[in-house]
Design a protein around this ligand. Sequence first.
Ligand SMILES: CC(C)(COP(=O)(O)OP(=O)(O)OC[C@H]1O[C@@H](n2cnc3c(N)ncnc32)[C@H](O)[C@@H]1OP(=O)(O)O)[C@@H](O)C(=O)NCCC(=O)NCCS
Length: 184
Amino acid sequence: MTTVPVLNTVALTLRPQSPEDVDDLYEIARHWEVARWTARVPHPYELEMAADFVADGIRRTADGIAAGFFARRRSDGASVGVIGASLSEDRMAATIGYMLAPSMWGCGYGTEMLRAVVPHYFERWPIGLIDATVSPGNPASERVLAKAGFRYLGDGELDMPARGGRFPVRRFALERNDWERAKR
Ligand SMILES: CC(C)(COP(=O)(O)OP(=O)(O)OC[C@H]1O[C@@H](n2cnc3c(N)ncnc32)[C@H](O)[C@@H]1OP(=O)(O)O)[C@@H](O)C(=O)NCCC(=O)NCCS
């Protein structure tokens, strides 16, 4: 399956990433308080980086190895954030990442986005788990993961090209078995 569906939550609509999102993605990713928590969002950020990010996401989706969404608020269409996942090389797991516009933090939207996409990824791919890494000092991201059922696995390190090296991270995962059990 290469098509990415539209997902609706209480407050948001998540649509497959599209070139129309480039300007809004740029407006989110250009903030240091967003980029600093990511492995691959350079800072300073340029509009063409947003265009490359979206084009790469669309290409990887067509190849069947990724799927990304852009979330907007249903009430007014305001840009909220992006969330996406990529398959691991062995295709046994997917790694998820997300970032929201700072003006949208603290409204529960990150949680809504994560909860909306988790079922999609487990249905889309025959993966055993979805994992995520969080840099130390980002409790909001850890909380969002915990609310979606992710468990803390332990500490590790991650190549963070946009931060210029390898850095400590805290690892989280949601196993398919746990997700299925929680659905019942
Ligand atoms: C992390 C991020 C996605 C959170 O999104 P959000 O929409 O603000 O999250 P929500 O409102 O759904 O939930 C945030 C939770 O974190 C909690 N929280 C926020 N700041 C906190 C802090 N300093 N300490 C402890 N908990 C905190 C909130 O209380 C809330 O939990 P609650 O519902 O139990 O009260 C958003 O801040 C973001 O995009 N940050 C920049 C990019 C980023 O960090 N991406 C993730 C990389 S791993």
